[in-house]
Design a protein. Sequence first.
Length: 225
Amino acid sequence: MHLLLSEDNAPVGEALKHLLQHTGFVVDCTSLRDCEAFAESGAYDLVILDYGAEPARGLALLQELRHADDAVPVLVVGMRGGMEDCVRLLEAGADGYLASPFRQKELVAYARAVLRRCCGFPQHGELLRSADLALDLWHQRATRAGQPLTLTFREFQLLEYLLRRAGNVCTRAELLDHVWGLEKARSENVVEAYIGFLRRKIDRGFAPKLIHTVHGMGYVLAVQS
């Protein structure tokens, strides 16, 4: 899942970004000023919006996001306020509100809850599968024919996206956007390299082969029951 984190406090933003990445999300971090432009790209499954530093600005941005794209879920985080703040944000279109101070696990749990409700994010115990390949998103584990696979963070994210789009061709540019986000390399060669890493781990020594190249287009993970 690809998240956009809007946070004007750089140290706080980096800490939250690291936390969310550690739990399996692809995260881009931007300022409130630039949030709307990034959100309108359509690349994100969830926007986490800081409301604490400038509540009026945060509320206005939420309203702008809703006017521009009514589909993308928005989780608002910010200073603890009264019932009026919560009602105002929910009525403006927020899909959830988490008042600070909050524990790190709370933010992850709220993000997952909003994604489950709005985007069909897998719940505890749900798996992505093709043939004997299984991806446990909750525990960040992958197996093939029951054998555990040792994947890096980026390999796991790439495999997750391919599985979510199983049967569909994914271009290199698409994979860069959804797996590397704003940190993506300038060259699409990095995608080819990581596809090679994945093939060695999930296809070598197993049948059927799951990752296929569609020449001139990109890659597809075959759908196998």
